[in-house]
Write a protein that binds this ligand. Sequence first.
Ligand SMILES: C[S@@+](CC[C@H](N)C(=O)[O-])C[C@H]1O[C@@H](n2cnc3c(N)ncnc32)[C@H](O)[C@@H]1O
Length: 203
Amino acid sequence: MSLSPPPPREFPVPQGVPTSVTLHELALLQRFASEAGTVLEIGTHYGFSCIGMALAGAAVTSVDPHFEGPADAPDTWEPFLLNVTRHGLPLAGLRQAGLVHAFAAGVGVVEPYRDISENIDQYQHAGEGARLWGMVFIDGNHVWPCPWRDAEIAMAHLAEGGRIAFHDVTPNWPGVYRAALQLEAKGWREQGRAGTLRVYRQP
Ligand SMILES: C[S@@+](CC[C@H](N)C(=O)[O-])C[C@H]1O[C@@H](n2cnc3c(N)ncnc32)[C@H](O)[C@@H]1O
């Protein structure tokens, strides 16, 4: 069996963080995250993609209820936060919103929330209307209609020219596959792919 060679390393790779995201997928995600500057991640688990994108210099807002760890330790919130700080990344929150901007210029920062994606509209800057991100990465609840609901949230919170990335776009995950096809049917054009990762740009 021949394995494809590992991708050239443009950005650091998170170490010791369980994930199903491959190094090829991470490399592509990091490239787009670096370009986007700000990323909303829906579905973080132990933080591999989130930390990876922050290590590529992005300010990543993470939303995950953190209830999908193993049966004997289902809550992934504390391990996720430890993973973030272990990689030397600063944590930001609404009370330190200034930090997001301070670190956004190429250093990377993680702004974690343990709410489900439906609550994203609460993350608004006072008086500034809906908060916008340069990219939304969707890797949350994979069961239809959740992936499409997350796509709708993404479309409502993208800055001009922003991108939506989906992980697990494969017939093995019919809900995600269907949401990606539906996005394409609305005119979103694929801009990059690696493994089951697809990155789309606004029509
Ligand atoms: C496949 S894992 C994410 C993997 C992660 N991106 C990585 O790099 O390893 C899916 C995550 O989605 C989370 N999740 C489930 N429903 C969600 C929702 N409605 N909003 C946000 N996250 C959700 C789960 O708690 C779980 O941690």
